[in-house]
Structures are given as structure tokens and as C-alpha cells.
Write a protein that binds this ligand. Structure first.
Ligand SMILES: Nc1ncnc2c1ncn2[C@@H]1O[C@H](COP(=O)(O)OP(=O)(O)OP(=O)(O)O)[C@@H](O)[C@H]1O
Length: 216
């Protein structure tokens, strides 16, 4: 089953020229796909539309085999397709790292013991156990980014939408993140301005130009 299919998406912010003007793509299970395009071309907007955080003016969002039209249609989508936001501060809101990672599993109905076991497992997998009890807002930018990925992986999604995941990472952590992502089973849709990172993780690239996605 195709995980995500966007068909002919059009979208404008009020009083502005259209950002998206017939953008289409699809993401299959296990697929790795990049979206490239200049600043302001609409990449983050496209991600938000894919998860129902913004509604398109026209076009179809088909996720996990079903048409998604209204807010309620997207609750299940957001559980199964994890978005790692461009800015970690949009995603981390609990006092500690462990609480932030536990939030998703608790929300899905896991017990506190189960959620804490998931926290430890995800942090161990990402080699981040040393951050477990840190105050989230006091983490460095790069640490926040890795914790953000942990919060999403804790939900065991089928796909990851990654918006500029290498932002704020030093060379060593960028290489570590790449290795982690390369070994994940999930489908990945990557937005990145770093050509080498795209090439290594998801060389199959669509270019967002004039509101449309074109194979490059
Ligand atoms: N909430 C908003 N209200 C009005 N305009 C917005 C809003 N969010 C984004 N825009 C505008 O829409 C356009 C697309 O923005 P978007 O963030 O989707 O681009 P992007 O391709 O992700 O950019 P970047 O590569 O810089 O992250 C830009 O011109 C931006 O200024």
C-alpha cells in the first residue's frame, strides 16, 4: 500500500502568490525520496499539508490508502507518519527529554512502564542515554535535533518526513545521524539543502520549482 500520495496540490498563503501549484508525489513503503528546492519554494508547506497541519486549496492527500480531507482524517496519519520539524523548538515541549519521548507512546495508550521502556530503548538505539534526564530547553541545537528524532521514533511510525535534519549538527553528529537513518526500516521523505546528505540517504530526488515537483 502506498504510504502517502499527494495529487495536484495547490496552496496559497493569504494575499500571496501560490506556493504550491499542482504538486504531486508518492511515497511507497521503505522508499527513500528527497525533495530539493530553493528557500521559500514550499517544501515545509508541502510536509504540513501531507500531515493535515495545513489544508490545500485544491488537490488530494491520500495517506495509508485513504483520502484525507478534514482534520479528524489526519489523526491516524500523524501517528503513523512521523514529521521531524525543521525547528526542534516546535516539537519539544516537555520539561525533560524522557518526558518528551514518553509523551507519544502515553498518548497512544501505553502504560507508564511501557512508555519508559520505549524511552530507554529509543535512547539506547540512538546512543543518547546520557541525555535521558536532561532539561529539554537547555540542550544544544544539535542535541535537540537528535532528541526530536527520538520522540518521533518512539511512535514506531511507518514513514519519516525529515525537514532539514542536519541543521545545527556538527560533522560527527551528521555522520551519526546518517548512519542511524540508513539503518531504519521506515520509508523516508527528506528535505535537505545538503546535496551530500541527500545523495547518501535518499538520492532519488524531486525538485520543487514554481509550485510543482519535477524529477531531477
Ligand atoms: N505562515 C505563513 N504565512 C505566510 N506565508 C508563509 C507562512 N509560512 C511560510 N510562508 C511563505 O511561504 C513560502 C514557502 O515557505 P516554506 O517554509 O514552505 O518554504 P521552504 O521551501 O520550506 O523554505 P526553506 O528552504 O527556507 O525552509 C515562503 O515564501 C514563506 O515566506
Amino acid at each position: 500500500m502506498t504510504l502517502l500520495k499527494l495529487e495536484q496540490i495547490c496552496f496559497s498563503y493569504p494575499g500571496q502568490a501560490p506556493v504550491l501549484d499542482g504538486a504531486s508525489f508518492k511515497l511507497e513503503p521503505g522508499q527513500r525520496l528527497s525533495i530539493a528546492g530553493p528557500n521559500g519554494s514550499g517544501k515545509s508547506t508541502l510536509f504540513r499539508i501531507a500531515l493535515g497541519l495545513q489544508m490545500p486549496t485544491s488537490g488530494r492527500v491520500i495517506a495509508l490508502g485513504q483520502d484525507r480531507r478534514v482534520e479528524a482524517d489526519f489523526h491516524d496519519v500523524r501517528r503513523q507518519i512521523g514529521l521531524v520539524f525543521q525547528d526542534p523548538d516546535d516539537q519539544l515541549f516537555c520539561p525533560t527529554v524522557a518526558e518528551d519521548i514518553a509523551f507519544g507512546p502515553l498518548n497512544l495508550g501505553r502504560s507508564k512502564t511501557e512508555a519508559l521502556a520505549i524511552v530507554d530503548q529509543v535512547l539506547t538505539d540512538l546512543n543518547l542515554m546520557h541525555l535521558r534526564d536532561r532539561i529539554t530547553h537547555k540542550l544544544s541545537g544539535g542535541e535537540k535535533r537528535l532528541v526530536t528524532l527520538a520522540t518521533v521514533l518512539a511512535m514506531e511510525p511507518k514513514a519519516l518526513l525529515l525537514d532539514e535534519p542536519t541543521n545545527a549538527l556538527d560533522t560527527k553528529n551528521e555522520a551519526r545521524l546518517l548512519e542511524i537513518l540508513q539503518n531504519l526500516p521506515q520509508a523516508i521523505l527528506l528535505v535537505s539543502h545538503a546535496p551530500a546528505f541527500r545523495q547518501a540517504l535518499a538520492p532519488d530526488t524531486l525538485e520543487l520549482r514554481d509550485g510543482r515537483l519535477i524529477a531531477s
